[in-house]
Each structure stands twice: as structure tokens, then as C-alpha cells.
Design a protein around this ligand. Structure first.
Ligand SMILES: Cc1cc2nc3c(=O)[nH]c(=O)nc-3n(C[C@H](O)[C@H](O)[C@H](O)COP(=O)(O)OP(=O)(O)OC[C@H]3O[C@@H](n4cnc5c(N)ncnc54)[C@H](O)[C@@H]3O)c2cc1C
Length: 406
């Protein structure tokens, strides 16, 4: 029997290892369009590879039917992932919020270990093989490569990823292959990406980094909140909390981000801090009022947003209402979201293969016998923090296992 895996990314490598481990006599072949497998793994976690998260559960995943991940996460759990990586030499290191990395903090260690395991098991790897189409005739599957070459397989696992970061291999061609086979691909959007906003409220702040909390509001509803370093850019916002919130943004309009620049303090406490500064700094103008409290450019912008147009305005003339306005703006500075940055810079794809058309127990297509999918190609994307790779490992395991056992 031959199992052909299209795509040598995280999920494809896991599917190959699982299939070959469970059925050593099976020919397992990975066809990868780039000149090497696992290029994206090298870029993950800023080159450190945040390969899983101890807290992974359905709530960390998004898509039309997030519960599609349930069975995969149960069959190949985070603990199984840690064991698997330990077995192939990758000792885990836990960082904040349950994030797991290789102890050496090198993404290359994860890829090397996966490649070595593939080699040891006898998985065949064909690089520079761009699959354009899968044909099905009388139940027999054939992959058609660019240039016309064909390869027959008893089982095909499509692990071609989404559209995010195409320079690392996933250019959306997997979606085209699925559509030709009659599968539905839901609307696509970049996710885990920088956010475009109304630029007026952030004018002049480009390049500034602040520690704060960002809260995502959709109409009246709070969708999530995250703290850390927030970066202002000329088009909007970036930084880990923004990436995290961007996972919840695809396909929604009317989104606002509220920034809290002093999240350890309540509104009243911020007011009291400002009141104290008014007394202490009464000889200054607004030019110096925020000095040592907020970034200067941010302070100036907040003063203007509170209606204090001139920086020559005397601190001694700040009245109670003005102090409350400033305090409110420091605690809740609202910026309208206008969009997301493109796939070029995105870490994952929101949307993908409609999960209703696949079995969550086997990852097999309900339309095409012997066709399986795994990883980001599905209409599933996770939060930032190791959840996307966990999905790649868990779904890859299920696809590899069922391709040889069904
Ligand atoms: C910069 C960056 C940082 C990230 N950091 C993290 C992180 O720290 N933690 C985390 O959990 N997630 C992270 N992610 C997300 C995570 O890497 C992906 O969700 C995961 O790699 C998806 O695995 P996959 O196997 O489904 O797809 P991919 O890893 O995209 O692999 C798909 C493979 O298929 C190949 N391919 C595509 N089309 C074809 C074709 N037609 N024929 C042949 N081959 C094809 C591609 O070249 C590629 O090698 C990051 C993503 C990026 C871009």
C-alpha cells in the first residue's frame, strides 16, 4: 500500500511518522513543493517554536465548527505530544501561559528531530514536487504534479496548509485542489496578524511600543482582552496582544480595540495619580504633565483627545472634568479596527475546508474515499501560543493513523 502525503509541514510530517510507525510495510511518501520540508516550522515562535500549550482545549480554536478539534485533541493530547517529542529528543521547556518550547529554544531542533524520525522509519521525501490536482477514477487516487507527472496512491493525505506566509510554502493551492474535488472552502482571511485601524487616533505614534492591555469589542460585546507589548505602526497596531486578539477578528465588522495604558490601576486610582501630579507639577504646562508617566507622544495625543489642544496649557488650570477625561482616556483609549494585514504577514489562515465534509474521528473526506486532510487546511485556526501547531500534530496523527488502519 502507498500513502501519499501532500505537504511536508508540521501536520504532514506528523501524519507520515504516524503512518509509517503503525504500518512499517506501507510505502509512505511526502511530496513537498519547496526544496525542503518544514520551512515554516523554522520560523515559528520567533525561531524558537512554541510547539504546544498545556492549556489547549476547544475554547482556543475558531472556525464554523470549533468542536471539530475535540476528538483529535482527545486522541493525541498535549501530554501525548510532549511524550512524542521527548521520544524523538526534544525536551520541553514551559514558559508563560503554558506555552511549550524545545528546551534549546531552537525551532530547528524540532524540525531536525522530525526529519531524523522520518529518515529512521523510511519515509520517502520528494521535494520540489508541486501538486496541482488530485484525480479520482473508479476510487483510485492520483496526484498530478506541475509538469504533468502523476503518482498513484491508495491513500492521500492533503496537508498543504492555508495561505498564511506563502514564502514559507503554503500558497493556498491545497484549497484549489479540494475545490476541484467538490469540497467547500469557506471564506478565507488572514489571522494572527497585525491590525489596521483608523489612523487619526494613533497619528504620530508610529514606532512607539507600550506595555498595556488591549480589549477587543464587537458592537457592545467584549470578545477578549490581552496584555503585553503593543506596537503602534503607521497603519495600525501590532505586538503579541494584538496578534492574539486578531484570531477573533476575521469576518466581523464594527470592531474596536480599547487600549488601557495603566492596567494595574483602576480608573479612580489613575484619576488620583493625575490629581497628585497636578499639585506636584503645577508650574508646568501640558508639555511636561505626562513626562515620566506615559510616552511623551502618547501623552500629547491623550491631552488633545481630551480637548486640550495647546501644549502651552497650564497644568494648574486643569479642572476636575479635564482630569477625569484624561484618566478615562488613559484607561480606555478606543481605536476603530478597519481591517487585518495581508496573508503575507499572517501566521495562520482563518477559514478553509468545511469541516462538516470530513469525519472528526478519522480526518477522512465524507465525499472521497481514501482522501484525508490535516492541519491548517481545515476551517480551524487557533489562538497565538502553540495552539496551531498542537492542531497540526493532533490532526496529523489522526490522519496518518486512519490512512493506514481503515
Ligand atoms: C511566522 C510564523 C510563526 C508561527 N509561530 C507559531 C508558533 O510558535 N506556534 C504555533 O502553534 N503556531 C505557529 N504558527 C502557525 C503554524 O506554523 C501553522 O499553523 C502550522 O505550521 C500549520 O501546519 P500545516 O502542516 O497545516 O501547514 P504548513 O506548515 O503550512 O505546511 C504545508 C506544507 O505543504 C506544502 N505545500 C503547499 N501546497 C502544496 C502543493 N500543492 N504541493 C506540494 N506541497 C505543498 C508547503 O510548502 C508546506 O511545506 C506560525 C506561523 C508562522 C507563519
Amino acid at each position: 500500500m502507498t500513502v501519499l502525503i501532500i505537504g511536508g509541514g508540521a501536520s504532514g510530517l506528523m501524519a507520515a511518522i504516524t503512518a509509517k510507525k503503525l504500518a512499517p510495510d506501507t510505502r509512505v511518501v511526502i511530496a513537498e513543493r519547496l526544496d525542503r520540508v518544514g520551512k515554516k516550522i523554522l520560523a515559528t515562535g520567533n525561531g524558537r517554536c512554541n510547539f504546544s500549550n498545556l492549556n489547549a482545549n476547544t475554547a482556543n480554536y475558531h472556525g464554523k465548527v470549533p468542536s471539530f478539534v475535540n476528538n483529535a485533541l482527545k486522541e493525541f493530547t498535549v501530554a501525548d505530544t510532549v511524550n512524542f517529542f521527548n521520544e524523538i529528543g526534544v525536551f520541553p521547556r514551559e514558559e508563560h501561559d503554558g506555552r511549550l518550547y524545545p528546551y534549546s529554544l531552537q525551532a530547528s531542533a524540532v524540525l531536525d528531530a522530525l526529519r531524523q524520525k522520518c529518515d529512521m522509519l523510511g519515509v520517502e521525501t520528494l521535494t520540489g514536487k508541486n501538486v496541482k490536482e488530485i484525480t479520482v477514477k473508479k476510487g483510485a487516487l492520483k496526484a498530478v504534479f506541475e509538469g504533468g507527472e502523476r503518482m498513484s496512491a491508495d491513500r492521500v493525505i492533503l496537508a498543504a496548509g492555508g495561505c498564511a506566509s506563502p514564502s514559507l510554502g503554503s500558497d493556498g493551492s491545497g484549497f484549489e485542489i479540494l475545490k476541484k474535488l467538490g469540497h467547500t472552502v469557506t471564506q478565507l482571511s488572514p489571522a494572527l496578524v497585525q491590525v489596521k485601524t483608523d489612523t487619526k487616533p494613533i497619528k504620530g505614534l508610529s514606532g512607539i511600543k507600550i506595555e498595556g492591555t488591549a480589549t477587543l469589542i464587537w458592537g457592545e460585546k467584549v470578545l477578549g482582552s490581552d496584555s503585553g507589548e503593543i506596537l503602534f505602526t503607521d497603519y495600525g497596531l501590532s505586538g503579541p496582544p494584538i496578534f492574539q486578539l486578531s484570531a477573533k477578528m476575521p469576518f466581523k465588522n464594527d470592531l474596536t480595540i480599547a487600549l488601557d495604558f495603566m492596567s494595574e490601576y483602576s480608573l479612580r486610582q489613575v484619576y488620583e495619580v493625575l490629581e497628585g501630579r497636578k499639585k506636584a507639577l503645577s508650574g508646568l504646562t501640558m508639555e511636561g504633565f505626562f513626562n515620566g508617566l506615559l510616552n511623551k507622544r502618547l501623552g500629547n495625543l491623550i491631552a488633545r483627545a481630551a480637548g486640550i489642544e495647546k501644549l502651552s496649557f497650564k497644568v494648574s488650570e486643569l479642572d476636575r472634568d479635564m482630569l477625569w477625561s484624561l484618566a478615562r482616556l488613559i484607561k480606555e483609549y478606543k481605536i476603530n479596527v478597519t481591517g487585518l494585514n495581508g496573508f503575507k504577514n499572517a501566521q495562520v489562515t482563518a477559514g478553509g475546508a468545511l469541516t462538516d465534509q470530513f469525519s472528526q474521528y478519522t480526518m477522512q473526506s465524507k465525499f472521497i474515499e481514501n482522501l484525508y486532510c490535516c492541519g491548517e487546511i481545515f476551517d480551524i485556526h487557533g489562538d497565538c501560543g502553540g495552539y496551531n501547531l498542537q492542531w497540526a500534530w493532533s490532526s496529523g496523527y489522526l490522519a496518518g493513523k486512519n490512512a493506514v488502519q481503515q
